[in-house]
Design a binder for this molecule. Structure first.
Ligand SMILES: NC(=O)c1ccc[n+]([C@@H]2O[C@H](COP(=O)([O-])OP(=O)(O)OC[C@H]3O[C@@H](n4cnc5c(N)ncnc54)[C@H](OP(=O)(O)O)[C@@H]3O)[C@@H](O)[C@H]2O)c1
Length: 167
């Protein structure tokens, strides 16, 4: 399982229920990587998608504690053990943890890598991804060149978890 996230240098990921930045190249990459695969998202992040609907062309797994919650044909899981059963027969390389903060924090120990888009913006955040640079078991194994889109600089980084836990 991999986490995929766009962070600021302070590891901010969102504010007031929205993304902090929209970089087309990053969104294209997200679509390319996750299409025809599985994404895991929290109920609040689902609410940030167009019409609050699951993303097309991929299996959406939504985490909520609400036993009545439904969202189109998305699979709904209510705790870690239900999630574990839901992903047990899927190739871990095809399962992407896509946020938000609560879900990243919950599932990071089970991820073997994190695809981090570092965006050089000073946008203020109220939601954060854990700072992987402070976690000894997470190491940078690939660092892309700095790129610029509409005056915003960003780079793709891959972090690898040297001690992933089995979900
Ligand atoms: N920059 C990025 O790459 C990125 C990616 C995704 C999201 N975001 C941003 O992140 C923010 C949202 O993050 P968030 O932390 O507020 O919300 P979230 O993680 O998307 O969703 C939180 C919800 O998930 C459910 N949940 C949490 N733990 C659970 C558990 N153990 N079992 C079952 N369900 C559980 C709960 O739903 P119920 O309340 O229904 O029980 C909880 O309210 C937004 O600003 C969004 O734009 C950024």
């Amino acid at each position: 399982m991999k986490a995929i996230v766009n962070v600021t240098p302070q590891w901010g990921i969102g504010s007031e229920g929205r993304l902090l930045v929209r970089i087309h190249a990053d969104m294209r990459r997200f679509r390319m990587l996750t299409s025809h695969n599985t994404i895991i998202i929290g109920r609040k992040t689902l609410g940030t998608f167009p019409n609050g609907a699951p993303l097309p062309n991929r299996d959406n797994i939504i985490l909520t504690r609400d036993p009545m919650f439904t969202a189109g044909n998305a699979l709904v899981c209510h705790d870690l053990s239900e999630l574990s059963r839901a992903v047990s027969d899927r190739d871990p390389d095809t399962v992407y943890v896509c946020g938000g903060e609560q879900i990243y924090r919950l599932l990071l120990p089970y991820c073997d890598s994190a695809l981090v888009t570092l965006t050089y913006t000073d946008a203020e955040a109220d939601r954060f991804f854990p700072n992987l640079n402070l976690m000894p078991n997470w190491i940078i194994t690939d660092a892309g060149e700095k790129q610029v889109e509409e005056e915003t600089a960003f780079r793709f980084l891959t972090y690898t978890n040297t001690e992933p836990t089995r979900l």
